[in-house]
Ligand binder design. Structure first.
Ligand code: ZN
Length: 130
């Protein structure tokens, strides 16, 4: 499936949700972040790390379920009628050919998949700093 030039923007999607849905999703997101934080910080054999991993997995699954329910109700969508994915904006500009990082959102193509742009050529020639 193709990549849309329009990203999925979480902040815009958030604004479409009702208070109750926001409360559920916000609580799950905080539970997920707390679990991942403990996983990242706790020592390898710390029992809290194992318990936090379980909490993170359950929170992640619950978040996905919430998202799927919103997608089914057409509140949110990550694809469009033309059959293209709206990749989350957190990825930054992505190449529509390979999915890698694009130079700029307006171009939607990377240096490997397209012609290098003028700024790239200047950097290669040592005429400008990145
Ligand atoms: Zn590419």
């Amino acid at each position: 499936m193709a990549i849309s030039h329009k990203p999925f923007v979480g902040a815009f999607a958030w604004a479409l949700l009702d208070r109750e849905t926001r409360d559920r999703i916000g609580a799950l997101a905080l539970e997920l972040a707390a679990g991942q934080f403990i996983e990242d910080i706790a020592e390898q054999h710390d029992p809290a790390r194992r318990a936090a991993a379980k909490a993170s997995a359950k929170s992640s699954d619950a978040l996905l379920l919430e998202f799927l329910l919103l997608d089914e109700r057409s509140v949110l969508a990550v694809d469009d009628k033309e059959g293209a994915w709206h990749v989350p904006s957190a990825a930054g500009p992505v190449c529509q050919v390979c999915g890698g990082p694009a130079r700029r959102r307006a171009e939607m193509i990377c240096s490997d998949c397209g012609e290098p742009d003028y700024e790239d050529l200047l950097i290669l020639m040592g005429g400008a700093q990145p």
